[in-house]
Design a protein around this ligand. Structure first.
Ligand code: NI
Length: 143
């Protein structure tokens, strides 16, 4: 019988400020597009991020050591964004409109090489909650 395949997820929370603003558009167009989220001084969110990896269960019983997954997420995500202004204080978000969608893709790009290096599992999904009831999912580039 082949080894069963499962998905394992770790979640973290962080708090940060951001402003939805596209420098390619004028101020009025930004106000119309993003509404209150375009507030010049930004606003805050309590974000949650989930990283899910998929793999077959090896003899150790662990697809991934959850302590290792937590460490990767702490280093690549939490330490970079917690209590920061996402538009100004996070180099890897420079030039992006800081929506949950774009955060998902940026976080994927940071954690994916480290998950790959672990062996035995692959990154399946990055989920970003901008608030309790709204989230975005990214499953990686469609090849
Ligand atoms: Ni917002």
């Amino acid at each position: 019988m082949p080894a069963p395949q499962l998905d394992i997820t770790h979640r973290l929370e962080f708090s940060a400020a951001h402003r939805l603003h596209d420098p390619a558009l004028g101020d009025e167009a930004n106000r119309q597009l993003y509404g209150p989220c375009n507030n010049p001084n930004g606003h805050g969110h309590n974000y949650e991020v989930e990283v899910t990896v998929r793999g077959e269960v090896p003899p150790s019983g662990m697809i991934v050591d959850l302590n290792v997954l937590a460490l990767i997420m702490d280093e690549e995500i939490f330490a970079q964004v917690d209590h920061k202004h996402l538009n100004c204080d996070v180099p890897f978000l420079e030039g992006l409109v800081t929506t949950a969608e774009n955060l998902c893709v940026a976080f994927w790009q940071r954690v994916q090489p480290r998950i790959l290096a672990l062996g035995g599992c692959r990154l399946l999904r990055v989920r970003v909650y901008e608030c309790k009831n709204s989230y975005a999912d990214y499953h990686g580039p469609q090849l």
